[in-house]
Design a protein around this ligand. Sequence first.
Ligand SMILES: NC(=O)c1ccc[n+]([C@@H]2O[C@H](COP(=O)([O-])OP(=O)(O)OC[C@H]3O[C@@H](n4cnc5c(N)ncnc54)[C@H](O)[C@@H]3O)[C@@H](O)[C@H]2O)c1
Length: 316
Amino acid sequence: MVFAFGTVNVLLLPIPVSLFTKFINSQRFWRQSNPQLARSKMAATLDGFAVVPGAGSGIGRDCALAYAVAGAAGVVFADINIEAAKEAAAESRGRGPHPSYKAIAVAVDVTKEENVSSLMDQAVSEFGRIDYAVNSAGIGVKAPAEIADASLAEFEQFFDVNVKGTLLFCKYATQAMKKQEPRTCQGCAAERDLGRGVIINIGSLNSYVPVPGIVQYTAAKHALFGITKSAAIDNAPYNIRVNAICPAWVKTKMVDEAFAANPALNEMVKKAVPMGRIALQEEVSDLAIFLSGRGGSYVTGQGWIVDGGTSLQMRT
Ligand SMILES: NC(=O)c1ccc[n+]([C@@H]2O[C@H](COP(=O)([O-])OP(=O)(O)OC[C@H]3O[C@@H](n4cnc5c(N)ncnc54)[C@H](O)[C@@H]3O)[C@@H](O)[C@H]2O)c1
């Protein structure tokens, strides 16, 4: 593209600058007024079927919607809060490019083995296979306390949801994926193996490093990463890939409320995050889509830190 006086030269055709600017602005307006549709135009990269526990809210909801807009043929919106899951599933309909897209909502408590097993059975009986499984079911810290005053009750609750839940999720997603045929896609030089399925656990920057006063969260997120790596090594021979996405702060309702209640947090985050802002939900779900597609076909057992550079800094 060459800029000339009063014209923009695109492929050697002179176009008046005003027309060109109008076109760019209309594209920008279209993207802003149709954000999910715009995403589907930009990222229609997948087909297949997804299961997402925690899809009723926050990161899980955004990941489940992202599968729809990226071209999945079906998505299971699973959550302990079935009304929230139904609402998110309804929102996904008509958003994606797949002509026979189907969304279903399923009630699941990830701490209950029979619930998680039945979730995967329902997904397979509805769609025939599970290509992508993302676990974002989680709880927030209610009682921050230094180690000397740590609440055993809250510690056990975190281990129930974040650790037992992750184990059950990986176990039953794996059982379903092991039974299905691997998929391939055309690479540049040869056919590329996409494998039998992709499992993603939503960890945290606290899967790597602690912050003061939340041993229950930090320990549970470290354990989640341990399960992710174990599942990855056990599943590698079956070509099922398992990764964790490990964000720092993400703009969710929970985090917005925390910021509203404590305005000092804003300043603290600006100092702690080199990029000076927290992550958007779509900056997490876009990574889930990348790891699910051909871009992630040789990647397993890794924690993908999404933190705007937070973990690069030493406290001085
Ligand atoms: N928001 C952040 O800043 C942030 C940062 C790093 C990691 N994470 C992690 O991402 C995950 C999602 O967090 P979020 O901010 O989107 O939270 P959220 O509260 O918006 O969503 C969590 C969802 O999980 C569901 N859930 C809770 N317990 C469940 C259970 N036993 N069974 C099934 N579903 C259950 C909830 O109903 C809710 O819909 C959590 O694991 C969290 O630790 C969040």
